[in-house]
Write a protein that binds this ligand. Structure first.
Ligand code: HEC
Ligand code: HEC
Length: 292
C-alpha cells in the first residue's frame, strides 16, 4: 500500500512537470514564431514577372556592380584584396557568382532596387540618417533593367552538386563575408576587426550553431532575423528555400557530423537496455523465489 502511495506521488509530480512546467518554460524560451516565408512578398517595388534580357543585364552589371563585387564565374575577379575592400566598404562585398542561384528572385530584384528595406535594416539605416548603407540603391533603374540584371546573374550561376562541396559553396556565398566556420577551417572574408566595427557586433563562428540553436530556429532565423532577435544587426539574407536548406545541411555536416551514427547507435542502446531489463527481472524472480 505504501509503495502505491509513493508511486502515485511520483506520477503526479512527473505529470505536473511534463504537462505544466515544461510547456510553459518552452513557450517563454522559444516563443512561437511565424514559419519562414519564402515568397518575399513584402517587397513589391519591382514587377518580377517581367522576362529579363541577359545581354542587357550583362552590360548593366559590368557598368554598375563589378567595381565592388567579384563575379569569378563570369571572369570578373575581385579588384582589391579583402582587407582593402573591407576598409573601403566596411564589409567585403560578396562574390556574385552564385547570387542568381541562391537568392529568391523577388528578394534579389527588390534588394537591388532598395537594399536597406529588402534586408529589413531600416532601424540601422533610417531614411535621412547619418549612416549610409555601403551599396547604393538602384532605384533609378527601370523594373525591366533590374530584371535584366537578375536574369544575367541567374545565367552565370554555376550548378552545384548536392553534397558537402555544393553546400559549402552556398554557405560561403551567403554567409561567408561575415561568419567563419572554424571546424571547416574557413575564415570570414571580412577581417574580424572590420566586421565588428561595421556590424556593431561580432558575427559568431557558426561551427556549433546547429547544436546550440537547432534546425527549427535556424530555419526561421535565417529567413528573417528580426522576427527572433529584434533589432539585431544581422541582415535578412534573402535565400530561397533550397539554398537555405543547403546552408543548414552544411552547418549540420560540419557541426554535427556524427548525427546519423548517434541516432542509429541510440536504437542499439535502447535494445540493450530492454534485453537487460528482462534479464534483471528474471534474475530477481529467481532470487526471491528462493527467499519465499
Ligand atoms: C559601392 C559598392 C557596391 C556596388 C557598386 C554594388 N554593391 Fe552589392 N554589395 C555591396 C556591399 C558592401 C554588400 C554587403 C553589404 C552587407 O552585407 O551589409 C553588397 C551586397 C550585395 C548582395 C548580397 C545581398 C544579400 O542579401 O546578402 C547582392 C546580391 C548584391 N550586393 C548585388 C549587387 C548588384 C547586382 C549590384 C549592381 C547592380 C551591386 N551589388 C553593386 C557593395 C556594392
Ligand atoms: C552582413 C553580415 C552577416 C551575414 C551576411 C550573415 N550574418 Fe549571421 N550574424 C551577423 C551578426 C552581426 C550576428 C550577431 C547578431 C547579434 O548579436 O545581434 C549574426 C548572428 C547569427 C546567428 C546567431 C543568432 C543567435 O541566435 O544568436 C546565426 C545562427 C547566424 N548569424 C547565421 C547566419 C547564416 C546561416 C548566414 C548565411 C545564410 C548569416 N548568418 C549571414 C552577421 C551576418
Amino acid at each position: 500500500m505504501k509503495e502505491l502511495k509513493i508511486l502515485a506521488v511520483i506520477a503526479a509530480l512527473v505529470g505536473i512537470t511534463y504537462y505544466g512546467i515544461e510547456p510553459y518554460a518552452h513557450s517563454v524560451m522559444h516563443p512561437e514564431v511565424s514559419a519562414a516565408d519564402f515568397t518575399f512578398k513584402d517587397a513589391k517595388n519591382v514587377d518580377t514577372s517581367l522576362a529579363g534580357n541577359v545581354e542587357n543585364g550583362k552590360v548593366l552589371v559590368e557598368a554598375n556592380c563589378i567595381a565592388c563585387h567579384a563575379i569569378e564565374k563570369a571572369g570578373h575577379p575581385a579588384l582589391m584584396p579583402n582587407a582593402d575592400a573591407a576598409a573601403s566598404y566596411g564589409v567585403v562585398p560578396p562574390d556574385l557568382s552564385h547570387a542568381g542561384r541562391i537568392y529568391d528572385k523577388n528578394y534579389l530584384a527588390n534588394f537591388i532596387f532598395d537594399p536597406v528595406s529588402a534586408m529589413h535594416l531600416s532601424h540601422k539605416y533610417p531614411v535621412g540618417g547619418t549612416k549610409a548603407f555601403p551599396m547604393p540603391s538602384y532605384n533609378w533603374m527601370t523594373p525591366q533593367e533590374i530584371m535584366d540584371v537578375v536574369s544575367y546573374l541567374q545565367s552565370v550561376a554555376p550548378k552545384v552538386t548536392e553534397d558537402k562541396e555544393g553546400h559549402k559553396a552556398t554557405f560561403e556565398a551567403a554567409c561567408g563575408r561575415c561568419h567563419s566556420m572554424a571546424y571547416a577551417k574557413f575564415d570570414a572574408t571580412t577581417p574580424k576587426d572590420s566586421i565588428k566595427a561595421y556590424m556593431g557586433a561580432t558575427p559568431p563562428d557558426l561551427s556549433q550553431y546547429i547544436k546550440s540553436r537547432g534546425e527549427h530556429y535556424l530555419h526561421s532565423f535565417i529567413n528573417d532575423p528580426q522576427v527572433l532577435l529584434k533589432n539585431t544587426s544581422m541582415p535578412r539574407v534573402g535565400l530561397n528555400e533550397k539554398a537555405q536548406e543547403e546552408v543548414i545541411a552544411y552547418m549540420e555536416e560540419i557541426g554535427d557530423s556524427k548525427k546519423a551514427e548517434r541516432e542509429s547507435l541510440g536504437l542499439w542502446v535502447m535494445l540493450y537496455t530492454f534485453v537487460f531489463a528482462i534479464l534483471a527481472y528474471l534474475w530477481k524472480r529467481k532470487i526471491w523465489s528462493e527467499v519465499h
